[in-house]
Design a protein around this ligand. Structure first.
Ligand SMILES: [Zn+2]
Length: 326
């Protein structure tokens, strides 16, 4: 079967890990994407403030806000967006002491990092950053933003779901972490170790298309035997169903409503995707460097790799559909 794999940049994995490690160590949390620890949940109906650093570019703020809204419409949390006022110095005003996430765009990185859920609320004065690397194709940047906001809602990585089976013992886990350039044991464990089913966790079905799933790389088979994940750049249907259940609206969304909203989202995403690729230079390169030898055909758009394919014909089809190349 022909498959297309869109992926977040490899560096994404690395930068994603560090803050979660801190978070996990300090709070002893046990969470997974579509597995979420109750203690990391924000109180339902809360207003969460995203506070952008003063040097943030307006185009990045705009993209961030539109991505945040993609989560927000499924939940009973309100998002507010603010930018630090250049004319003010020193401490943040009391408005930003609680339930505030400082957002930093980092032009030198293509990844991101975030604390988990209400972990942002652990200190009044010393705020933790969510970092968003902007050295990315816009579609990958959008994916990174959705992923980091997922963490900020309390979700952890989907490949850590209790139903995954990509490693059997500590030794194999260590080898997989090494493939992702992670050598430190705690960091490896926090980002890759399988979660358990227990009273603290809320768990939904494993979803390999979740925005919270890492891309598997050659040899890692993170994805229950698949060499690669879809590396989704958008919220999956079950991401939406799960988060709607975690933060239910006063009148909870029904499954049918969510499915209908999802269909509309998917149409919109297709349009956005085509729009962003218009007039860009599409190339197909053959290299196992990014996705491994099982999907060596990589589409590169304006210098950014955006997808890997198992066979050349699917790669051509993608190029034709999205880049208008015959
Ligand atoms: Zn992550």
């Amino acid at each position: 079967m022909n498959k297309m794999f869109l992926f977040l940049p490899l560096f994404f994995f690395l930068s994603c890990q560090q803050q979660q490690e801190n978070q996990q160590v300090s709070n002893q949390t046990k969470v997974s994407s579509q597995v979420l620890t109750k203690e990391n949940k924000w109180k339902n109906e809360s207003t969460i403030k995203f506070l952008f650093l003063e040097e943030s570019k307006i185009e990045h703020i705009d993209i961030f806000i539109s991505q945040a809204r993609k989560w927000e419409k499924y939940i009973n949390l309100n998002f507010e967006f603010h930018k630090i006022d250049k004319t003010r110095t020193g401490l943040l005003t009391p408005k930003f002491w609680r339930k505030t996430i400082l957002v930093k765009f980092d032009p030198s990185s293509s990844g991101g990092s975030s604390k988990l859920g209400n972990g942002y609320d652990d200190s009044l004065f010393i705020k933790s950053f969510m970092t968003i690397g902007t050295d990315n194709h816009i579609q990958s940047l959008k994916g990174v933003i959705l992923h980091e906001i997922g963490h900020a809602l309390g979700l952890k990585h989907e490949h850590q779901h209790p139903d995954t089976n990509y490693y059997e013992d500590e030794e194999q886990l260590k080898l997989i972490c090494a493939l992702y350039n992670i050598k430190e044991k705690e960091e490896c464990s926090v980002n890759f170790k399988r979660e358990e089913r227990n009273d603290q966790n809320e768990v939904s079905q494993y979803d390999r298309f979740s925005i919270m799933h890492y891309n598997s790389i050659d040899g890692a088979k993170l994805n229950n035997g698949y060499a690669l994940t879809s590396g989704s750049l958008n919220l999956s249907l079950s991401d939406k169903i799960f988060i709607a259940k975690i933060y239910p609206k006063k009148e909870p969304l029904t499954l049918e409503q969510i499915e209908r909203m999802h269909e509309i989202d998917v149409e919109q995403e297709k349009i956005e995707f085509r729009e962003s690729l218009k007039n860009e230079i599409c190339e197909i390169t053959e290299s196992s460097e990014l996705c491994g030898s099982s999907a060596p055909y990589t589409i590169v758009i304006n210098g950014f790799a955006v997808g890997c394919f198992e066979d050349i014909n699917t790669a051509y089809q993608f190029e034709h559909n999205f880049c208008g190349v015959d």
